[in-house]
Design a protein around this ligand. Structure first.
Ligand code: M1P
Length: 248
C-alpha cells in the first residue's frame, strides 16, 4: 500500500464496516467497457493504476485471471497455473486445433496474437489481440451477426469433450478458456482464507459486475451463494449502487 493510502485507510482489522467486503469486476464495472480488457494484472494496471501507483496498492485484494494471480495488501499470494493443470501434450493439441480453426476463418480483418497464454487461462481471439480499438468494434459488430466466437467455442467443446475446460465470452474480440471451476468464484478462496490470516471472517461479500447474465464471465460469482450479486450497467451505476448501499 502506498504511504498516502496507508495513512488514509485503517488496517484491515479496523475497517468501520466489519466482516464486509466489496468485489468488483473491472471492465464495464470500474472502468468504461471497450478499453483494453481487464483480465491479467498488466491490463488491470493499465486500466486502474498510474505510472506511479501500482494497482495492487489501490485495493486490499487484487485478483487477476479470476484470482489465479492474487495480491493481498500489495503482496502476491500463491498462484496456480493452467499449463501445470492441463499438461504440455494436451495444451499443444488445443493450440494446434485453435490455430488451424482460425486459419480457416474468413473475417473482415485479422491481426496478430490469436492465442494469449496467461497464468491461469488462455485467451483466444479470432481477429487477434493486436486489433486496434476501431478494429475491435468492427469485429464485435461482425461477431454479433456471424457468431464467430460462439461457433468456435462449440467446435472446441466438441473436439475436447474430456478436457474439463470452461469457455467464457467476456469481452469484445476473444474468449477465455480455463479449467472448469477456475471461474471468478476461484478468488473467493482467498477471501475465505483471511479468517486464518487476520481472523477476519467476511460474512458479507458484495460482488459488482456487468456480465452477470448466464454465459457472461461474472455469472458464476454473481450467482454464488457466498456472494450478494449486483448487476451493473457501467462505472456510474456501480458508484450509484455503492452510495446507496453504504449511505455515502
Ligand atoms: O474483462 C473481460 C475480457 O476482457 C478482454 O476481452 P476482449 O479483449 O475480448 O475485449 C480479455 O482480457 C478477456 O480475457 C476478459 O475476459
Amino acid at each position: 500500500m502506498t504511504a498516502e493510502a496507508a495513512s488514509v485507510y485503517p488496517s484491515l482489522e479496523n475497517r468501520p464496516v466489519k466482516g464486509t467486503i466489496c468485489l468488483f469486476d473491472v471492465d464495464g464495472t470500474l472502468t468504461p467497457a471497450r478499453q483494453v480488457g481487464g483480465s491479467d494484472l498488466a491490463k488491470q494496471q493499465e486500466q486502474l493504476g498510474t505510472s506511479s501507483i501500482p494497482v495492487t496498492s489501490l485495493f486490499d485484494f487484487c485478483f487477476a485471471e479470476n484470482g489465479l494471480t492474487a495480491y493481498r495488501m500489495g503482496k502476491p499470494l500463491s498462484s496456480n497455473s493452467f499449463i501445470q493443470w492441463l499438461g504440455e501434450e494436451k495444451y499443444q493439441k488445443l493450440v494446434n486445433f485453435t490455430l488451424k480453426y482460425i486459419a480457416d476463418l474468413k473475417l473482415p480483418k485479422k491481426r496478430g496474437t490469436f492465442i494469449e497464454f496467461r497464468n491461469g487461462m488462455v485467451n483466444i481471439s479470432p481477429i487477434g489481440r493486436n486489433a486496434s480499438v476501431e478494429e475491435r468494434n468492427e469485429f464485435e459488430a461482425y461477431d454479433k451477426i456471424h457468431n464467430i466466437r460462439r461457433d468456435m467455442v462449440e467446435a472446441l467443446k466438441k473436439e475436447f469433450p474430456d478436457y474439463g475446460l470452461t469457455y467464457s465470452i467476456g469481452g469484445q474480440i476473444s474468449f477465455d478458456v480455463f479449467p472448469t471451476g477456475w471461474d471468478k468464484t476461484y478468488c473467493l478462496r482467498h477471501i475465505e482464507a483471511e479468517k486464518d490470516i487476520s481472523g477476519i471472517e467476511y460474512k458479507t461479500i458484495h460482488f459488482f459486475g456487468d456480465k452477470s447474465f448466464p454465459g457472461g464471465n461474472d455469472y458464476e460469482i454473481f450467482t454464488d451463494e457466498r456472494t450478494i450479486g449486483h448487476a451493473v450497467t457501467g462505472p456510474e451505476d456501480t458508484m450509484r449502487l455503492l452510495k446507496e448501499l453504504f449511505q455515502l
